[in-house]
Design a protein around this ligand. Structure first.
Ligand code: SMG
Ligand code: MG
Length: 368
């Protein structure tokens, strides 16, 4: 297989409701899509980088730039293209994992389609549906939050994650526990909003029986997380800090976390996510699949990944209507709290042509 060229396409999707985290509010998703065209088949990848570098240092315009200037030319130079070759050919570029992941997924999708093989089976998935959790943003008031959580539970979500920040932590968690009971699978995500000086305050979460506390401290602060973890009963889970399989093994090794949120974009692609899975599953570390407000394209790949046996906790893999009135693909729908794993070749879904055109804000062709 040889690359003919790559299309970099930007699409804008309004969110059904603004999503507030400790680092900002998202109203729309401005997504960079990557379409790999090869002499055998075409494939889609979705870049998880947001428009602004608030969650991570990567952002969509930066990803497009590194793709057109470095990642696509290096991949185009590969004579016998296969999924592993993308990571090898682009290894000379430091960082830019979300951009690399998007290109690798597009090539992987094309390669699997040319072989008529589904992504899930190729990755080693053992299930045909995955349990769905939902991530609930910071709200203006506790009653508003309780209404939102009640609506998600009515829809069948099996686990609730509350976004927290200083000033919005113990009270909303206490209110959700009180209203929905101790059996509710509940966890919180701070997106690095705290410091070690907050350890005593965060220990106040211990009485709520949370599944985990996600990324309380700065992404670079593994040692701080290890210190914090020693002072909490609630298991610490890392998200932003985990940039590779090795980073995950190291973080677990020094006691910085007991659970890992797996996002393929954050670790440089689905192949590295699979390596992370294998390493962590071997150590008995519980995993779950994170989310980056993906469209149906990225969601399809995430659901395939989440079907691997080491993903023992429900993920942030919610149905299309939790995010978008109109998804790019046929919508992912919740059935008994689960999403079905796509069974078609590659990622198993395609953009709906008219919707894709309608939501597209720019298209750039990068020739090989
Ligand atoms: O895709 O449902 C989703 C979003 C889940 O909370 C979520 N993601 O830190 O885990 C996280 C955040 C990152 C994206 S916030 C815009
Ligand atoms: Mg997170």
């Amino acid at each position: 297989m040889k690359l003919t060229g790559v299309e970099l396409r930007r699409v804008a999707l309004p969110l059904v409701t603004p999503f507030r985290t400790s680092f900002g509010v998202e109203q729309d998703r401005d997504v960079l899509l990557v379409r790999a065209v090869t002499d055998h088949a075409e494939g889609w990848g979705e870049c998880v980088a947001a428009a602004e570098p608030r969650y991570s240092s990567e952002y969509a315009d930066g990803a497009a730039d590194v793709l057109r200037r470095f990642l696509v030319p290096a991949t185009a130079a590969v004579a016998e293209l296969h999924p592993e070759a993308v990571g090898q050919a682009t290894a000379f570029v430091k960082g830019h994992r979300m951009a690399k992941a998007a290109l690798e997924l597009a090539v992987l999708d094309a390669w699997l389609r040319s072989r008529d093989e589904p992504l899930a089976g190729w990755l080693g998935a053992t299930r045909d549906r995955v349990p769905a959790g939902v991530s609930v943003g910071i709200m203006d008031s506790v009653p508003e939050l309780l209404d939102a959580v009640a609506a998600y539970l009515d829809q069948g979500y099996l686990r609730i994650k509350l976004k927290v920040e200083p000033g919005w932590d113990l009270a909303p968690v206490a209110a959700v526990r009180e209203r929905f009971g101790d059996d509710l699978l509940l966890q919180v995500d701070a997106n690095a909003a705290y410091t070690l000086a907050d350890a005593g305050h965060l220990a106040g979460l211990d009485r709520f029986g949370l599944l985990l506390l996600e990324q309380p401290l700065d992404e670079d602060d593994l040692v701080g997380h290890a210190e914090l973890a020693r002072r909490l009963a609630t298991p610490v889970c890392l998200d932003e800090s985990i940039t590779s399989a090795k980073a995950a093994v190291d973080a677990v090794g020094i006691g910085a976390c007991r659970i890992v949120n797996v996002k393929a974009g954050r670790v440089g692609g689905y192949l590295e996510a699979k390596r992370l899975h294998d390493a962590c599953a071997g150590l008995g570390v519980p995993l779950w699949c994170g989310g980056m407000l993906e469209t149906g394209l990225g969601r399809a790949a995430n659901v395939a990944l989440a079907a691997l046996p080491g993903f023992t906790l429900p993920g942030d893999t919610s149905a299309s209507d939790r995010y978008y009135r109109q998804d790019l693909t046929a919508p992912f729908v919740l059935s008994e709290g689960h999403l079905a794993v796509p069974s078609g070749p590659g990622i198993g879904v395609e953009p709906v042509a008219e919707i894709l055109e309608e939501l597209t804000t720019s298209v750039e062709w990068v020739p090989a």
